[in-house]
Design a protein around this ligand. Structure first.
Ligand code: GDP
Length: 515
């Protein structure tokens, strides 16, 4: 259905590009989106100030450009994990006084994995400490070589604050869009993506849709996976009521029977009966899939896909405690590409520090496995990994990572022992106890702390020590085990540097049984 739009090439027309602005926090993404909106107001287009509806369109040189109004790669990747690639071009904002930062690298990797071209906006050039050349130099490390240095990445110097360089940036966007040759069908029933959706007490379901191809009309029956409805009202990004919306325009609509998911695709059904039938069938299928556990990313699953020849590329996200380990690991993993199995190994993203939600989102979107080297997920990332069924594999020896991945490539699946995390606790107080050393007054948050299991100390998501449990007490008594929800005193063998706020992870080795 979604492909039929593009079948008759001679019927297609050019459509405006859809842009997402990405970059490190505080580098000026929001300011840039504001500046662009403002540019449009100055140019005197009817309607005036834009409303926040999730995306807006501007005119420059008689051409249109649509911007997704939620900056950052988190939203970009969350949408992609639902199957929709909305963005045609990514604008990467890098502050000229700060340079390439961790989220800059994340944004580059997210855009690259999605196959989306990147235009760099070197921002804050008005600042005294601005050094655009240093930014360009740093970007070369990530494969983005500026055009004036012989590469093919367009870099534009801007000041979002002083509104300088904005027009030039917009012109560059049009230039890249031209090359991308973006097309849509001008008349068919609309297809597109949900950008945002919420429940409003008065209005009911409010959804922002981005039409990708075709035309959406007031009164159409829209279907979005398991929800549907008749469009009751349509509002454009200037707050005007409209009756039709063509390719690459965002509109806010009322009428869905339930709140659709951001990033889901929508289409227009022939009539209400068809729309309802489709949505109900999807609902039934989804219920069935939920029981079957759909779409997990685990090493076992990837193993199976490789051995059945279904998977030609093993994608990995590597997070490590220090840069040295990250580099050593990434290099060793890339070397595995010289294998006889014909399976590529790609490290699609690497970083230092705890595993964050955006890492999990990227893994879910791109069917990648997360390799955690001496680091752990933060609470949000952990919850998301459970929900999205993304496996995070923890290691503390590079050799073990290599050994397992190498085996995966060969379709061998035989680590006989696997590490199992048994419990987690957080340190709330510390005591110096004569003859014993430091004891951590701890609260067990998950599972069970067993006296005989091994223990790791984690600080800010990074594993800082691993050894045995030296003592486990409930009040004054020795305990064999302490369950989640209870407090206990924990001593760690050979480690007296425990601090309030540290967390413990206890684990044991378990024999793996396979079918
Ligand atoms: P975001 O987190 O990437 O969305 O960044 P913001 O747009 O919120 O900007 C972060 C800070 O940088 C704000 O205080 C802005 O006023 C400031 N800022 C943004 N662009 C510029 C610029 O071009 N020049 C200067 N001097 N400051 C800027």
């Amino acid at each position: 259905l979604f492909d039929t739009h593009y079948q008759n090439e001679d019927e297609l027309v050019k459509r405006p590009p859809i842009i997402t602005v990405m970059g490190h926090v505080d580098h000026g993404k929001t300011s840039l989106l504001d500046a662009i909106r403002h540019t449009n107001v100055i140019s005197g287009e009817a309607g005036g100030i834009t409303q926040h509806i999730g995306a807006y369109t501007i005119m420059i040189k008689d051409e249109k450009i649509t911007f997704i109004d939620t900056p950052g790669h988190e939203a970009f990747t969350a949408m992609r994990s639902r199957g929709a690639s909305v963005t045609d071009i990514a604008v990467l904002v890098v502050a000229a006084d700060d340079g390439v930062m961790p989220q800059t690298v994340e944004a580059i990797n997210h855009a690259k994995d999605a196959g989306v071209p990147i235009i760099v906006a070197v921002n804050k050039i008005d600042k005294p400490g601005a050094n655009p050349d240093k930014v360009k130099q740093e970007l070369t490390e990530y494969g983005l070589v500026s055009e004036d240095w012989g590469g093919d990445t367009i870099c534009v110097n801007i000041s979002a604050k002083k509104r300088e360089g904005i027009e030039e940036l917009l012109e560059m966007i049009l230039l890249v869009a031209e090359v991308e040759d973006l097309k849509a069908h001008p008349t068919k029933k609309a297809i597109g993506t949900v950008i945002e959706a919420r429940l409003d007490k008065q209005k009911g379901t409010v959804a922002t849709l981005l039409v990708k191809s075709g035309v959406l009309h007031d009164g159409d029956i829209v279907v979005c996976n398991d929800v549907f409805g008749k469009v009751r009202a349509m509002m454009d990004d200037k707050g005007n009521k409209v009756k039709v919306a063509g390719p690459s325009t965002a509109i806010e609509i009322l009428g869905f029977n339930e709140v659709p998911g951001a990033g889901e695709k929508f289409f227009v059904a022939e009539n209400e009966r068809d729309g309802r039938k489709y949505a109900e069938r999807r609902k039934a299928i989804m219920k069935e899939n939920a029981l079957k556990k759909s779409g997990p990313v685990s090493l076992d699953d990837l193993f199976n896909q490789i051995s059945e020849g279904e998977l030609k590329e093993l994608k990995l996200i590597v997070k490590a405690d220090v840069r040295g380990s990250l580099e050593a690991l990434s290099q060793s993993l890339e070397k595995l590409n010289d294998n006889d199995e014909g399976v590529r190994v790609s490290v699609i993203h690497g970083g230092v520090g705890a595993i964050a939600e955006s890492d999990v989102a990227l893994a879910a979107a791109s069917n990648a496995l997360i390799i955690a080297f001496n680091v752990r997920p933060d609470a949000n990332a952990k919850a998301m990994a459970m929900k999205e069924e993304v496996e995070i594999r923890s290691y503390n020896v590079i050799y073990h990572v290599m050994e397992e991945i190498e085996k995966a490539l060969k379709g061998l699946l035989d680590p006989e022992f696997k590490e199992v995390v048994v419990g987690n606790a957080e340190v709330r107080e510390t005591f110096k106890v004569p003859n014993i050393g430091l004891v951590a007054g701890s609260y067990v948050t998950d599972g069970t702390i067993n006296r005989n299991d091994k223990i790791r100390v984690i600080r800010d998501g990074v594993v800082i020590f691993e050894s045995e449990i030296a003592s486990l007490k409930r009040f004054k008594d020795d305990a064999k085990e302490v369950q989640a929800g209870y407090e206990c005193g924990i001593g760690v063998e050979n480690f007296n540097d425990i601090k309030v706020g540290d967390t413990f992870e206890t684990f044991k080795m378990e024999e793996i049984e396979r079918e």
